[in-house]
Design a protein around this ligand. Structure first.
Ligand SMILES: *Cc1c(COP(=O)(O)O)cnc(C)c1O
Length: 382
C-alpha cells in the first residue's frame, strides 16, 4: 500500500518513476524461501522480469539462483551477488559470444532449445577444454491459457525441443565430448492463473521422466520454469505460492537424487512495483474524457503489447467518480493504460499510480520518442 507519508514524498519527485515497496518484496521473498526450503526446491529468479541492480542484490541475498537469457544478464546477476554456480542460461537464440562468456564464467547449466544450439555449445566448450552442463528445454504442448504472446509451450511455439526429437537429440548428445546432459527444462508461459495448467505440466513431466528412466538415462534436474501469475485486479494480493508449491509437491514424481528447480519472475517482483505519474491534462473527447499522464508505453509497454490490465489509482483526489481513458503522451494510439477507468474527479497535477508494475515494466522500457527512462525510487529511501 502507498501510505500518506510516502505520498507526501512523492510530490517532490520528478515523474514518471518506478516505486518499489521493498517490504512487499522482502515479504514475498521470505515466503518463497520458506516454501521452497520446505519442499527442497531450488529457486532461480528470472532476471528478465526486473534486472534493477538494487532489486537483484536483495533477491540474491536470499540465496536464490538466477535464470538469465543473455550474458549481460548473467554479468549483472554476478555483480549483484548471485553465484555463477547457481546461474542457468535460457533462450532460443544464444549467440556464440554469449555462450563463450557464460562458459568462461562457469555457470551451472545451459537450458538448450535445439540440436544446432547444443552442437555449438559443444564446440565452444571444447575450445575452452570444458564440459558444459545442459538441460533440454522440452516443448510439452500445453496451452497455458494466457495471452498468446506469452504462451510458449504449444506446438507452434519457437521454444523448446519437440518431443518427437528427444530420442535423436539424446543419442547425439551422448556422443559429444564437451556437453553433459543433466536435466529437463520447461517453461510453458507467463501470467498463468489456472492451476490446472501447472497440473497438466506435472503429468507431462512424469511421462517424460518414465521415458528417460526406461532408457536408464539419469537426470539430476527437473526444471519447471516460471509462469505463476499475479492478480492485476487486486495489487495487494500476493501470488498463490503455497497452492503452487503444494501442487508441484503432489503431482510431480521427483525421483531420488533429483532436484526440482523453479524460475519465478513476475510472481516475485510484480506486486511490489508501481509506476507513479502525474496528470498533465484533462481533455474532452467526443464520448470520453482523457486523462493524459506523463508516463507512457515507453515506461510500461504491457498494456500496449499484451492488452494487459493494470489497476490505476488517483492518489491525490477524492471527488466524485468519473470515467477516464488514461493515456500516455507517446505518438501511438496503443499508448493507453486503460479505457473507461473509474477515478475520483481528476485534475492536472494529480498523482496517478499504475499498480502491479514491478515485473516486465522497467525491464521493458524503451527510449522511443527520445523520452528519458523513468528512474526508480525505493521505499527504504523515503
Ligand atoms: C520468462 C521466463 C521465466 C519467468 O517467467 P515468469 O512468468 O515471469 O515467472 C522463467 N523461465 C524462462 C525460461 C523464461 O523465459
Amino acid at each position: 500500500m502507498i501510505n500518506n507519508i510516502k505520498l507526501d514524498k512523492f510530490r517532490d519527485i520528478e515523474t514518471p518513476f518506478y516505486y518499489y515497496d521493498l517490504d512487499i518484496l522482502r515479504c514475498t521473498l521470505d515466503l518463497v524461501k520458506k516454501e521452497s526450503e520446505l519442499a527442497g526446491y531450488k529457486v532461480h529468479y528470472a532476471v528478465k522480469a526486473n534486472a534493477n541492480p538494487r532489486i537483484l542484490k536483495i533477491i540474491s541475498s536470499y540465496g536464490f539462483g538466477a535464470d538469465c537469457v543473455s550474458w549481460n544478464e548473467i554479468s549483472c546477476a554476478i555483480s549483484a551477488g548471485f553465484k555463477p554456480s547457481e546461474i542457468v542460461f535460457a533462450g532460443v537464440g544464444k549467440t556464440d559470444k554469449d555462450i563463450s562468456a557464460a562458459l568462461r564464467d562457469n555457470i551451472f547449466c545451459f537450458n538448450c532449445e535445439s540440436m544446432p544450439e547444443i552442437e555449438v555449445i559443444d564446440q565452444l566448450a571444447s575450445r575452452q577444454n570444458k564440459t558444459a552442463r545442459i538441460a533440454l528445454r522440452i516443448n510439452p504442448y500445453i496451452e497455458a491459457h494466457t495471452h498468446k504472446y506469452i504462451t510458449t509451450g504449444i506446438e507452434e511455439s519457437k521454444f523448446g525441443i519437440n518431443t518427437w526429437e528427444i530420442e535423436e537429440v539424446v543419442k547425439r548428445v551422448s556422443s559429444f565430448n564437451n556437453v553433459k546432459l543433466i536435466g529437463m527444462h520447461f517453461h510453458i508461459g507467463s501470467q498463468i492463473t489456472l492451476m490446472s495448467v501447472f497440473k497438466s505440466l506435472c503429468t507431462r513431466i512424469n511421462e517424460l521422466q518414465e521415458w528417460f528412466t526406461s532408457r536408464s538415462i539419469p537426470l539430476e534436474i527437473i526444471n519447471v520454469g516460471g509462469g505463476l501469475g499475479i492478480d492485476y485486479e487486486n495489487p495487494e494480493k500476493g501470488p498463490r505460492f503455497q497452492e503452487y508449491f503444494s501442487l508441484l509437491n503432489e503431482f510431480i514424481d521427483v525421483l531420488p537424487g533429483q532436484i526440482l528447480h523453479l524460475e519465478p519472475g513476475r510472481s516475485i517482483i510484480g506486486q511490489c512495483g508501481s509506476l507513479i505519474s502525474r496528470v498533465l491534462f484533462i481533455k474532452n473527447g467526443s464520448n470520453t474524457m482523457f486523462a493524459i499522464i506523463d508516463a507512457g508505453m515507453t515506461d510500461l509497454i504491457r498494456p500496449a503489447l499484451y492488452q494487459a490490465h493494470h489497476k490505476i489509482e488517483n492518489l491525490t483526489s477524492k471527488g466524485n467518480i468519473y470515467r477516464y481513458d488514461v493515456v500516455g503522451p507517446v505518438c501511438e494510439s496503443a499508448d493507453t493504460f486503460g479505457k473507461f477507468i473509474e477515478l475520483p474527479e481528476t485534475h492536472r497535477g494529480d498523482i496517478i499510480a499504475i499498480r502491479s508494475a514491478g515485473a516486465y515494466g522497467e525491464a521493458m522500457a524503451s527510449r522511443y520518442n527520445m523520452r528519458d527512462l523513468a528512474k526508480s525510487v525505493f521505499s527504504d529511501d523515503l
